[in-house]
Design a protein around this ligand. Structure first.
Ligand SMILES: *Cc1c(COP(=O)(O)O)cnc(C)c1O
Length: 401
């Protein structure tokens, strides 16, 4: 073996042994144990590139389970969002309304098309987009309204669908957090004309890096297949619908490869088990921490009627950035990794000079005051109790009760 490859293996081993301390990490990417076997089958078949049987198995899984008209696997949720923006044929000057409290990918896809971003505030009681703020931002140039179901909890989809329909705009759901979560009994990602999911290793179900474009409006399906395959009609060619494949539109390589799809398939086969494990851990956190809300200025996640909990995140909202940061420092000193989350995009270095919609106090408050606790399927009951005892001790000491 060459020294170059020795060095490479050493680097990987070093990184994994560092995670092996007494410390409770924020996340440990879930493994079913079947991933390697399904990937080995791809090696046996010697067919690695995209849109093969593993990719199609995953797509069929989502179409059947959730009722999407079409599900297209992509290499990330960011790619799926870029495909959504391309499908809308946005022109420079077209406006897109979206939450400020989200990941930059939600915004990048539309900026890349030259769209004007109109950032809306979060609700007071939860990080999801405030529909009254959306209503105030609608104009004759609004082409799309994008919502993010923060922590897998549904936005007010009934209101958003109506606002979008009245404005002649397309509703897009960034459902990156929202696998196995519903609004009024229907899976998230089935409400918008287009929706996107993420299988990044921090999400409930993952394949390292991966994503999905879910298409609910039939008119986008044929073009989406072309955009994903470099602007060619290769997918139609392999189905025998055209006799040669050609460059027919713009596009890029948004496909994922078969090894990644096989990894994802292994996870999807155990989806219900993954969810049962996450939800029971989430509920243990909630039971242990419930009494804090009545004693101290700290709040737990809010679920409105008709929404469900898919246990993507367990978070607390403190009353100030000082308290939140002190809590993170306290937990770190206790060997528990807790982390804050999004930084409001309207106030970001990239966008703050372009932002025109005034202050967005709720988005800023979640930026400053929200903290996420460790949540993954290898956390034991005693790990969770160790975290919640440490959190309780922090509040008791800070507020001297
Ligand atoms: C994780 C995430 C993304 C990006 O997903 P990738 O698969 O990493 O591209 C986009 N939006 C939201 C809300 C996310 O949480």
């Amino acid at each position: 073996m060459t020294s170059a490859s020795d060095d490479y293996l050493y680097t990987i081993t070093l990184k994994s042994s560092m995670d092996n301390s007494l410390r409770i990490p924020f996340n440990k990417p879930f493994l079913t144990g079947n991933e390697q076997e399904l990937i080995a089958r791809i090696f046996e078949a010697r067919s690695f590139s995209g849109n093969g049987p593993a990719t199609q198995w995953c797509e069929t899984f989502f179409e059947k389970r959730y009722g999407f008209r079409r599900a297209l696997l992509t290499s990330s949720c960011s790619d799926a969002l870029e495909m959504a923006a391309l499908l809308l044929d946005l022109k420079p000057g077209d406006e897109v309304i979206l939450p400020s409290y989200t990941f930059p990918s939600t915004a990048n896809a539309f900026v890349l098309r030259g769209a004007v971003l109109r950032f809306a505030d979060s609700c007071y009681d939860q990080p999801n987009i405030d529909v009254d703020a959306v209503r105030r931002l609608v104009s004759a140039r609004t082409r799309a309204i994008v919502c993010v179901h923060y922590s897998g909890v549904a936005c007010d989809l009934k209101a958003l669908q109506k606002i979008a329909a009245d404005a002649g705009a397309v509703l897009i759901e960034d459902a990156a957090h929202a696998i196995e979560s519903a609004y009024e009994g229907k899976q998230l990602g089935t409400f918008g004309a287009l929706s996107t999911f993420s299988f990044h290793e921090t999400k409930n179900v993952h394949c390292g890096e991966g994503g999905l474009l879910a298409i609910n409006d039939e008119k986008y399906i044929a073009r989406a297949e072309i955009l994903r395959e470099k602007g060619t009609n290769r997918a139609a060619f392999f189905r025998g619908e055209v006799d040669k494949y050609n460059w027919v539109d713009v596009g890029s390589s948004f496909l994922t490869n078969e090894m990644t799809a096989a990894f994802l398939a292994a996870q999807l086969q155990e989806l219900e088990k993954i969810q049962v494990g996450r939800i029971s851990r989430w509920e243990r956190y909630a039971r242990n921490l419930k009494e804090l809300e009545s004693k101290y200025p700290v709040r737990m996640p809010v679920f409105r009627p008709g929404t469900t909990n898919n246990a993507h995140l367990f978070y607390l909202v403190c009353d100030s950035m000082e308290t939140r940061n002190a809590l993170i420092r306290h937990l770190n000193a206790d060997n528990i990794q807790a982390v804050f989350h999004y930084q409001s995009l309207h106030a970001s270095p990239f966008f703050r000079d372009k932002h025109r919609n005034g202050s967005l106090p709720n988005a800023d408050r979640y930026t400053d005051c929200l903290v996420r606790l460790p949540l993954f399927n290898e956390l034991s009951d005693s790990d969770i109790d160790r975290v919640t005892q440490s959190v309780s001790r922090f509040f008791r000491d800070r507020y001297l009760q």
